[in-house]
Design a protein around this ligand. Structure first.
Ligand SMILES: NC(=O)C1=CN([C@@H]2O[C@H](COP(=O)(O)OP(=O)(O)OC[C@H]3O[C@@H](n4cnc5c(N)ncnc54)[C@H](OP(=O)(O)O)[C@@H]3O)[C@@H](O)[C@H]2O)C=CC1
Ligand SMILES: O=C1CO[C@H](CO)[C@@H](O)[C@@H]1O
Length: 335
């Protein structure tokens, strides 16, 4: 395993470059997948308050520790503040709920999941929706105040590093400028079709590590958006099936998934592929024994479609584009 050393942290904190994604994993699948992942050598787990996987992760880890297979400090756990809690007064209690479910007294990384905010349904801690099915936008939430509340949780020893997810360059710079504890990590959609060169350059300048979500193009996400939100993404990309990826997989005697992950890792990008299948889990972490040549890296760089390659525009949250902090306005303007 290779690690990225995080800046803006008190002391040394290293993030394993491959982590286990957990979005859409159902409890039984999650339990099996995490055991298989820990056996395969995964030590980095990516979850979020709204994935409904924290509880199962906590349960498995408790057993893993009690069987003497590892210690808490061997693991890197990321979780996220949901966007229905993007306000200073909600940070401590949402973090507490995550810590309780994860059965741990700290997380390595806590991210603001999304910059746009929804009102909170206090009965079940989900976003409030309006009668027409649109999401109830909270125009008053203050991202800087939310960030400062996260800094206080770092001071309390409940979080090691703090970061952002799905933020635009302007939003990142705004938080960075105001921050006492600077963001250590930016988690964004990043894969061969959406290579995010501008945001990566900004992060390099600010000493922020980049984590790629949906690094394989999130196969199956469209079905999920369809069934959960009755929303379909236009031109849904099949990156794993691209002929170049297939050709390189044959050349290096690797799978298409390994080629795509290696393309990112070789550029110092952390990846968090999700799998519930033990063979694919193993293959996704087995990406450190080969190197793509400069020419092949350049060919893969050439697959970038810019904004047209984006899967997660969050427009499945009906009405979200009206929020002033919606980060992809440039995309809508371009349509
Ligand atoms: N911050 C944010 O807003 C977001 C964060 N995330 C995080 O990033 C993680 C990864 O993103 P995700 O959307 O899950 O997408 P991924 O790109 O990781 O794709 C996951 C899908 O690919 C399949 N798969 C996994 N490995 C392989 C392989 N080697 N070959 C072929 N298919 C494979 C999985 O199926 P199977 O399980 O059957 O193997 C699953 O359906 C999430 O799980 C979550 O933790 C994701 C979205 C948004
Ligand atoms: O991490 C995520 C995966 O996609 C979800 C949408 O259903 C979001 O909750 C979130 O961005």
């Amino acid at each position: 395993m290779k690690y990225v050393k995080l800046s803006h942290v008190n002391g040394l904190l290293e993030m394993p470059m491959v982590g286990l994604g957990t979005w859409r994993a159902q409890p039984e699948e999650m339990e099996k997948a995490l055991w298989a992942a820990l056996d395969a050598g995964y030590r980095h787990i990516d979850t979020a308050f709204n994935y409904n996987t924290e509880e199962t992760i906590g349960k498995v880890l408790k057993q893993w520790f009690s069987q003497g297979k590892g210690k808490r400090e061997d693991l890197f756990i990321t979780t996220k503040l949901p966007n229905c809690a993007n306000r200073a007064c909600d940070v401590a209690r949402f973090l507490q709920m995550s810590l309780k479910k994860l059965q741990t007294n700290y997380v390595d990384l806590y991210l603001i999941h999304m910059p746009f905010s929804f009102h909170l349904n206090e009965t079940n801690f989900t976003p409030l929706t309006n009668e027409d099915g649109s999401f109830s936008l909270d125009y008053d939430s203050d991202l800087i105040a939310t960030w400062q509340a996260m800094e206080q949780q770092v001071d309390q020893g409940l979080i090691k590093a703090i970061g952002l997810s799905n933020f635009s360059g302007e939003q990142i710079e705004r938080i960075y400028t105001a921050a006492r504890i600077k963001p250590s990590v930016l988690q964004i959609e990043l894969h061969a079709y959406l290579q995010q060169n501008e945001l990566r350059a900004l992060c390099r300048k600010l000493g922020i590590a980049v984590t790629a979500y949906a690094p394989l193009g999130s196969p199956g996400a469209n079905n999920h958006f369809n069934s959960k939100y009755n929303y379909s993404i236009h031109d849904f990309p099949d990156i794993l099936g691209h002929p170049l990826v297939d050709q390189l997989a044959q050349k290096y005697n690797k799978t298409p998934g390994q080629v795509l992950l290696r393309h990112l890792i070789q550029q110092d990008i952390i990846v968090i592929p999700k799998s519930g299948n033990s063979e694919r889990l193993k293959s996704n972490i087995d990406v450190f024994d080969f190197e793509l040549s400069r020419e092949d890296m350049e060919q893969l760089n050439g697959l970038d479609r810019g904004e047209n390659g984006r899967i997660f525009d969050f427009l499945f949250f009906k009405g979200v584009e009206k929020h002033p902090e919606y980060p992809f306005k440039h995309r809508i303007d371009g349509w």
